[in-house]
Design a protein around this ligand. Structure first.
Ligand code: BDR
Ligand code: CA
Length: 311
């Protein structure tokens, strides 16, 4: 099994990513660390615990991390995710506890304890927690197997400004630190997640599961896709974050290129833009595997087969 830590700001799409991870025996979820993003930290950590219980994993460890970006004020996305961040289903107030340790301390301790090169960090929100690890304990960078993150977009444009994707825009300085860390980074940007849409047919496949988790996914997706459908007339909503987990499970579903990715953090107009040197026109080092293609049918088959295992 592959050891992972999920750093997240749930988020309906984060929720499906967490369900996918828990229902996949290839992955060992060492902990879930919450970060401020789609909604403030008090809600993202609460939502993370709700999802663990929905997955039948009240034994999982959830930690709270950064409540704001490194340098900038927090920007949230209630316009997409609703007031709670997890609007849609009426999930019970969780009874499992929030761990008392800070998320960043937990990750640092875990990286020190586990075998070097064995822990993968899956980042589904702004990169504040992940950057804080690299700032506080830079010597741990070589011990991280890989950072697989949802964020950025280049060919597709942005979703929070014309040029920036939300996770990177919220904490561009954290993203710069991650990309300059020397840790292997894999990026699932909007260029790929906008190809994984929750069409009505796919939502029906969740409905047909006839399980509590399946029904909750229907309600999550039906709320989440409203934003994109109303704004862009798209056929369903983009399932951003589950692509990170699906990539770990079935990398053969994805196609990309190793190249230089640099984040703009100086200019207000393009703040948080991921500048991708796809064609290698600079001498800047190749610091990320940047994904552009997905077998979207294969992705949904995997998502549905796995989440269907949750009773
Ligand atoms: C990203 O931002 C959040 O709204 C989603 O959960 C996803 O992580 C997409 O831009
Ligand atoms: Ca997210």
């Amino acid at each position: 099994t592959r050891k992972i830590i999920i750093d997240t700001d749930p988020g309906q799409d984060d929720a499906l990513a967490i369900l996918l991870a828990f229902s996949s025996p290839e992955l060992d979820v060492l902990g879930i660390t919450a970060v401020a993003g789609n909604v403030p930290l008090a809600l993202t950590e609460l939502n993370a615990r709700k999802i663990c219980e929905l997955a039948g994993r009240p034994d999982a460890k959830v930690f709270a991390g950064a409540d704001r970006p490194l340098l900038r004020p927090l920007i949230t996305a209630e316009h997409v995710h609703g007031k709670t961040g997890l609007d849609g289903p009426d999930l019970p107030v969780p009874t499992m506890p929030l761990q008392t340790q800070h998320a960043v301390d937990f990750i640092i301790e875990t990286l020190r304890r586990e075998e070097p090169g064995s822990v993968t960090i899956c980042a589904l929100g702004p990169l504040t927690n992940v950057a804080q690890i690299l700032i506080r304990a830079p010597e741990l960078a070589p011990r991280i197997r890989e950072i697989v993150l949802m964020g950025g977009g280049f060919f597709e444009g942005g979703n929070i400004t014309p040029t920036a994707e939300f996770n990177i825009h919220v904490d561009p300085h954290a993203a710069q630190i991650v990309l300059q860390s020397g840790v292997p980074v894999t990026i699932l940007p909007l260029d790929v997640t906008h190809k994984a849409l929750s069409t009505a047919k796919r939502v029906d496949r969740f409905r047909n599961m006839g399980t509590r988790a399946g029904d909750a996914c229907v309600e999550l997706l039906e709320f989440f896709e409203r934003f994109d459908e109303e704004k862009y007339g798209s056929d369903g909503g983009p399932l951003h974050d589950p692509n990170v987990i699906a990539y770990l499970l079935k990398p053969e579903l994805y196609g990309g290129r190793t190249c230089n990715v640099t984040v703009e953090a100086a200019n207000e107009l393009t703040l948080g833009m991921t500048v991708v040197d796809w064609w290698g026109v600079t001498d800047r080092p190749k610091n990320a595997y940047y994904i552009r293609d997905v077998d979207d049918e294969g992705f949904f088959d995997l998502l549905i087969e796995r989440i269907g295992r949750i009773s």
